[in-house]
Design a protein around this ligand. Structure first.
Ligand code: SF4
Ligand code: SF4
Length: 331
């Protein structure tokens, strides 16, 4: 099926290298392709809002066409899909939707997959997210012995199943039961992680920012931050961007690149004024956005418990530790 999908899509699948999994262009079935296991190193958002994108050329109003096929992203995990709740709020669900994001949401195909193991940094369940996709996929794969249970999540997904009907058959009760057993085992693994790391449940996050806005915790935690911005770029919910113009011999391009709220110049305005001059203020702002602002404006925490920022941070700033401290300070 992946071979054939390549006719219409640029297919990307997770490939295991060392202890990590990375999205790579799919060329042929390779033993290192890992559909299950755990989320890849990079967030799926990179297929929907590119890290660097030309959004206008020579001041013309039409969207620049790159002539590329849409993406088919395989092996996407539930924590990445949950990131759509924030990305959609920012780029789609209002009067001025982003045309690039809309196009990607319309044309890209998502073949998600249940997690089949957890790593130390996984804490999706603390945010109320199950380790298997429940929405926002086109097709979902649940690995079972000798194959997959396929679930259809959209008309796009139905179209793929219709096209490849020779590869699928109706699953019987025993296979569905096997899927449920594997999912329950997976939940136990994440629960164990949460317990071992004493991660508080989301029901205890109420007012953790309001009540601790002036706590010394922010200054203590920011001491080791080196302003690399990795925690932002790796996060499936972070979405801030920067616009700039670039001229080459032929064109004047307007580009959009990912930005990072931890970096000093992020909030600097004309005249040099900066509302968040200190690094600890920017670290606090990141948590304020995730655990106060987004619950208020979009009804969701802007964190999916994927744990990527924990792995990526060279300063060992651990979101689980900060959440634990915030909850402890609030009670
Ligand atoms: S804040 Fe960290 S753990 Fe939460 S979604 Fe972003 S990268 Fe994942
Ligand atoms: S990844 Fe760590 S060091 Fe880099 S900006 Fe984020 S908190 Fe600071």
């Amino acid at each position: 099926m992946l071979d054939k999908l390549g006719d219409d899509f640029l297919v990307y699948a997770p490939v295991k290298k060392g202890r990590q999994r990375y999205y790579q262009p799919y060329r042929s079935l390779d033993k290192n392709i890992t559909l299950g296991e755990v989320r890849p190193f990079e967030p799926m958002k990179a297929f929907f809002s590119r890290a660097r994108e030309t959004i206008a050329r020579d001041f013309r109003p039409e969207m620049p066409e790159d002539g590329k096929k849409p993406f088919c992203i395989v092996g996407v995990k539930a924590c990445d899909l949950k990131g759509f709740k924030v990305q959609d709020h920012v780029f789609r669900n209002h009067d001025y939707p982003d045309p690039f994001y809309l196009k990607a949401r319309r044309d890209n195909l998502i073949l998600s997959c249940d997690c089949t193991c957890a790593i130390d940094t996984c804490f999706c369940l603390a945010l109320g997210i199950k380790p298997y996709p429940q929405e926002d996929y086109d097709l979902n794969l649940s690995p079972i012995a000798g194959g997959f249970i396929l679930e259809i999540g959209s008309t796009k997904g139905q179209g793929v199943v219709d096209k490849f009907s020779a590869l699928v058959s109706q699953a019987g009760d025993s296979l569905l039961k096997e899927k449920e057993t594997l999912r329950s085992n997976m939940i136990k693994q994440v629960e164990k992680n949460i317990e071992e790391n004493s991660i508080p449940d989301q029901t205890r996050y109420k007012q953790i920012i309001d009540k601790n806005y002036d706590a010394s915790l922010w200054q203590d935690e920011a001491k080791t931050c080196v302003e690399c911005g990795a925690c932002n770029t790796i996060c499936p919910t972070c979405h801030c961007f920067l616009l700039y113009d670039q001229k080459d011999e032929k064109n004047m391009d307007r580009l959009r690149i990912w930005d990072s709220c931890l970096i000093k110049d992020f909030a600097r305005v004309a005249g040099g004024a900066n509302p968040r001059k200190k690094l600890w203020m920017r670290l606090r702002n990141r948590f304020e956005k995730k655990f106060d602002y987004f619950p208020k404006v979009a009804g969701v925490y802007a964190c999916t418990g994927c744990g990527r920022c924990i792995s990526a941070c060279p300063a060992k700033i651990d979101i689980r530790r900060i959440l634990r401290k915030l909850v402890d300070l609030t009670v």
